[in-house]
Ligand binder design. Structure first.
Ligand SMILES: Nc1ncnc2c1ncn2[C@@H]1O[C@H](COP(=O)(O)OP(=O)(O)OP(=O)(O)O)[C@@H](O)[C@H]1O
Length: 414
């Protein structure tokens, strides 16, 4: 009988995680002393992405056979549960859990913890982990991955080396061409309801976002956070015919999607993961001024001067010619947040910007967002399941799931 030795492998933004996971699944990590022929499976965002692609391209339902709904339209929690059930139904000796709690609300985290605890008697788990608070309590073997090198640590304490968080230098740079908007209210939802088929997802929501306000959008998996964001960005056709006002205009009153988008800076980590281009980080920043990903026009002197100010602020000026592709995950997030902010939009939307980051990088990003909110009159919506230590929003908009759709409530933290 094989002993149930579970592992946590701590990674930082410098670790070559995907190479390591690949080696693990191929049975190529002798440090863990797994028997030959041990069969492993992977619970990760990438694994989910593959199932979604398969469904999009060939209509093949593999992990959601019991339902009509497309995997891609499910909430993160629903997707993870579907994949985990699928993995448990098949015979595996070990399962690699790549940051399993990312994108999960606290209720779903507890539920997942319980399931994993139960299953830990039959299946070996290897938790790839970047936030200390996520450690599964039944794990007693620890390693850390620096670049490609796995070191085995005797104790948990030895696994964590403190990362110094540097401070930002200077203040948030001004806009090149400030956006003219002379009203106080940016976004207003009055009794907005959204249904998919028979299912009501949002029920009579009321939300007013004013200039300069800092909001955290909070709610369980499946409560409708992504849906409400797609109403705010004007992308969701379900906004037509409702009392939805975007930057002073009623949705459907002849405004184009670009009229709305020019006022918004948007970042979600999926943008980074999918971004395959080879651009310098300087060009990446400048492209944020044109709302494009690549850079199609030669940047002007004033655009380059502005990019320099931002790069100095985030301590990446020395790296201006580095390819975006070659940055660490934490640096990429800082660049993408800055890129979303460089035009000084009226509204900055950051959708789970800290998911998958280690503690030090998450803190760095949170500090930047607090600073942006303090020093500019851009309003911010920060979506996160975690109570991010140090995040300092003015208000929380909480979606509360009810039987007939989520309702919203405002919690002031002023
Ligand atoms: N196009 C669609 N068709 C059917 N159902 C949908 C569609 N889009 C979303 N839903 C459902 O609406 C609900 C809300 O989904 P949404 O993605 O907005 O939640 P969320 O709060 O963002 O979740 P998470 O935190 O897990 O990302 C979910 O139950 C989801 O399955």
């Amino acid at each position: 009988m094989i002993s149930m030795k579970h592992w946590a492998v701590f990674i930082t933004n410098d670790s070559n995680k995907s190479r390591f996971v690949h080696r693990l699944l191929a049975g190529n990590v002798p440090e863990l002393a797994f028997p030959k022929g041990f069969r492993g499976a992977l619970l990760s965002k990438l694994a989910l992405e593959r199932f979604m692609d398969e469904e999009d391209r060939h209509g093949t339902k593999i992990i959601t056979q019991g339902t009509q709904q497309a995997l891609r339209t499910m909430s993160s929690g629903e997707q993870k549960k579907a994949l985990l059930n699928h993995l448990f139904e098949n015979d595996h000796d070990f399962i690699v859990l790549d940051n399993p709690f990312d994108n999960l609300d606290t209720g779903s985290q507890k539920e997942l913890t319980k399931t994993l605890e139960e299953k830990s008697k039959q299946t070996i788990f290897i938790q790839i982990i970047s936030r200390k608070e996520d450690l599964l309590s039944f794990i007693e073997n620890f390693g850390s991955l620096k670049k490609d090198e796995l070191s085995i640590n005797q104790t948990l304490e030895k696994t964590f080396t403190s990362n110094e968080v540097p401070h930002y230098v200077g203040s948030i740079p001004n806009a090149l061409n400030p956006i003219e908007f002379n009203h106080d209210i940016l976004i207003q939802l009055k009794d907005v309801t959204v249904k998919f088929g028979n299912k009501t997802v949002l029920q009579k929501l009321n939300w007013t976002i004013k200039k300069g306000e800092f909001w955290q959008l909070f709610g369980k998996n499946g409560s409708g956070k992504t849906t409400i964001l797609s109403m705010v960005t004007g992308e969701n056709p379900k906004g037509y015919g409702q009392n939805l006002f975007l930057f002073g205009k009623k949705k459907g009153s002849g405004e184009s999607i670009w009229d709305v988008k020019k006022n918004i800076g948007y970042f979600t980590p999926a943008m980074t993961d999918k971004f395959k281009g080879y651009h310098t980080i300087e060009n990446m920043l400048v492209s944020g001024l044109n709302d494009s990903i690549g850079l199609y026009l030669k940047p002007t002197e004033s655009q380059l001067r502005l990019a320099k100010k931002w790069l100095k602020l985030i301590n990446l000026w020395e790296e201006k010619d580095t390819l975006f592709h070659d940055l660490s995950a934490g640096q990429k997030r800082l660049v993408m947040t800055t890129r979303a902010m460089i035009k000084r939009p009226l509204l900055l939307i950051l959708d789970e910007p800290t998911a998958g980051l280690d503690d030090a990088s998450a803190k760095l990003l949170v500090d930047l967002v607090n600073k942006i909110s303090r020093e500019s009159d851009t309003a911010t919506i920060f979506v996160s399941h975690r109570k991010e230590p140090g995040l300092d929003p003015d208000f929380i908009y909480e979606l509360q799931m009810q039987e007939n759709g989520s309702t919203g409530r405002v919690i002031s933290s002023l």
